[in-house]
Design a protein around this ligand. Structure first.
Ligand code: G6P
Length: 373
């Protein structure tokens, strides 16, 4: 009903507006003296965590893209190798698991059958199993050794938005906890990262207030678009995949996300005049930044007639001459940029679906939680 939506045009519009709180509430109570301590990890224990030699993240849909982002942060901070697998692929190929494997499942609902089966399989094979879930007491957390709940609040729209950001937040907290337990991060480094993470909600709020109108306008121009490509590198790559998924799910537009470095190995053949390409541009400030490489990708596709929409750090003058539209995001450390770059993706999917007159909250053929294999 209209009152449940709190005056918003859809649950999704309401849930996107709640993205800042979803992140803030997931951090709440988990930072002490500037460091992360997750008492939820006690059933596994810091000693066992210190001995973990491999992490496998299992999830489906949007949650799997949150998992891909978690990989970058957890590897960086804990130096433990992380693989991300779709639950149904992991379950049916005799994966290599030992008692030093930590399996992390991610599920908003906690009821996705494919992910539940992966959790049960991992448990039987002797792995430690940690679940990240948004629903208290759901089946997956009940079957896991440890649970870190995301506090995004109930999510009604079928396509996940605020829960995705909360999942990434939870994974980053796990990464910082592991960095401490394993001594791969100094307290000072952890504190700096915690400060970055705590600054995210306010920056998301800024993205929401700055970009909503511009993206709505773009969406109204694009209702006849047949295909949209998304490019990103490093942490921008999962953001590109998430942007493409949202367009497929919500606006029924053929969309694909690519790692920008892969462009020259195939996807560039798809570029013809008028092709819309949305590019996640990393910050130019980081000395190790892939910024020049992404800008040169933009030049290559522009030269072939692509219409480029860039999601770039505000003040990034280098992209301006080559992009048809720039959606600015606030400054953040490179691992934290995805929290900001993904928000325009969510708005874009929603606005384009709405502009096409589609049901934003309940796309055809999809269910909020898929409880069959
Ligand atoms: C369904 C939904 C997706 C969601 C996926 C995983 O397919 O349509 O939006 O990402 O399930 O759901 P979960 O509850 O496990 O996060």
């Amino acid at each position: 009903s209209a009152s449940e939506k709190g005056g918003w045009s859809s649950f999704m519009a309401k849930e996107i507006s709640e993205e800042p709180e979803a992140v803030a509430n997931t951090i709440l109570g988990r930072v002490h003296d500037g460091l992360v301590s997750l008492k939820e990890l006690e059933p596994i224990g810091d000693e066992a965590l210190a001995g973990i030699d491999r992490i496998v993240i299992v999830a489906c849909g949007t949650a799997a893209y949150a998992g891909m982002l978690g990989k970058y942060a957890i590897e960086e901070w804990s130096r433990i190798p992380v693989d991300v697998e779709l639950s149904h692929e992991f379950r049916y190929r005799n994966p290599i698991i030992t008692d030093r494997t930590l399996v992390i499942s991610i599920s908003q609902s906690g009821e996705t059958m494919d992910t539940l089966m992966a959790v049960q399989h991992a448990t039987k094979a002797g792995a430690r199993v940690l679940s990240i879930c948004n629903t208290q007491g759901a089946t997956i957390p009940r079957e896991s050794q440890a649970v870190v709940y995301t506090h995004a609040g109930p999510e009604v729209a079928v396509a996940s938005t605020k829960a995705f950001l909360a999942q990434v937040t939870a994974l980053y907290l796990v990464g910082l906890h592991l960095g401490k337990v394993r001594g791969t991060q100094t307290d000072e480094q952890i504190r700096e990262n915690v400060i970055e993470l705590q600054a995210v909600p306010e920056k998301i709020a800024e993205v929401l207030s700055v970009s909503q109108a511009e993206i709505g306008q773009l969406a109204r121009w694009m209702t006849d678009t047949q295909s949209v490509l998304f490019l990103g590198r490093n942490v921008g790559y999962p953001v590109a995949l998430e942007g493409a998924l949202k367009l497929k799910e919500l606006a029924y537009i053929h969309a694909e996300g690519f790692a920008a470095g892969e462009l020259k190995h195939g996807p560039i053949a798809l570029i013809e005049p008028g092709q819309v390409v949305i590019v996640v541009v990393p910050s130019p400030r980081d000395p190790h930044s892939l910024h020049p490489k992404v800008v040169s990708n933009i030049q290559e596709i522009r030269a072939r007639g692509a219409r480029v929409i860039a999601i770039a750090e505000k003040g990034d003058a280098a992209v301006l001459p080559f992009a048809d539209e720039v959606i600015p995001i606030p400054l953040a450390g490179s691992l934290f940029e995805p929290f900001l770059a993904v928000v325009p993706m969510h708005i874009f999917g929603m606005e384009l679906a709405a502009a096409k007159g589609l049901d934003v909250d309940q796309p055809r053929n999809l269910a909020k939680s898929v409880t069959v294999e």
